[in-house]
Design a protein around this ligand. Sequence first.
Ligand code: ATP
Length: 305
Amino acid sequence: MIQATGLTKVYGAKAAVDRIEFEVRPGVVTGFLGPNGAGKSTTMRMILGLDRPTAGRVTVGGRRYRDLPAPLREVGALLDAKAVHGGRTAYHHLRGLAAANGIARRRVEEVLDLVGLTEVADQRAGGFSLGMAQRLGIAAALLGDPGVLLFDEPVNGLDPEGIRWIRRLMRSLAAEGRTVFVSSHLMAEMALTAEQLLVIGRGRILADTTMTGFIAANASTHVKVRSPDLITLAPLLTARGWRTAPADRGSLLVYGVSPAQIGDLAHAARLRLHELAVIQPSLEDAFMRLTADSVEYHARSRDVA
Ligand SMILES: Nc1ncnc2c1ncn2[C@@H]1O[C@H](COP(=O)(O)OP(=O)(O)OP(=O)(O)O)[C@@H](O)[C@H]1O
């Protein structure tokens, strides 16, 4: 369990993290989302004792990181996969960490095997691809068999097989009763991995809820209508007070209405429908709507292709 109370970090005149309160519980994967500059890394760094809070506190299993007697056995973290001494082999990197933390040599072999690096254990980590470096970082996080795991952008640079592997790993670590806290900008991936969500914007908590609750609360289902008679159909839809938005060619999105209502309307007007589909909102839809006011650096729409 990770607990923050009144957690604050001020840089100069700016509060990067502003009196936040949260609990990250064991047994589920909790996603940590926020636009660029929202305060995610600062929060993770404070959890790991790498930054000192300006005010408030954050604890792991009831204790601040710096008060943990054997930190690696309590918390494992992947923050920056490339922050490895490049001249060392993967094995020696892990062996050094294990020795410094009183962890048996046998465990080094176990974690190498777990992340699929056994065959390259004797190669220098400096020559590793980003994907291999991510795996090595994960091996280091798992070394002390900790109950709490933090992953900052863990799927960066991974191929689809690697992404799927991480997703399964995180879910199985949570299913074993561990606390798994993961940040990512990849919404579709997060939607598949996390059950619980913590959303931050401009240093404040914007949402602390389940994945399904978050999407339901911040985005609505809508219906996609494709019709060769759209020119006639569209005004009939808006005349009913239904909000519409253009979709791809020859189709419209209609909000707050069922497919049956649209089908009946089209039938009564003797208009043809070629497609009528319920579109479930995505995590990205919900996230964009919730954080629209919290984004630090907006691209002006005409700057975007
Ligand atoms: N060492 C520092 N000195 C001054 N300002 C900082 C420092 N570290 C972070 N900040 C500022 O604090 C805010 C939060 O930054 P942080 O890196 O925690 O955001 P983030 O949510 O991790 O962003 P990203 O998604 O871009 O990684 C930003 O405005 C950032 O510029």
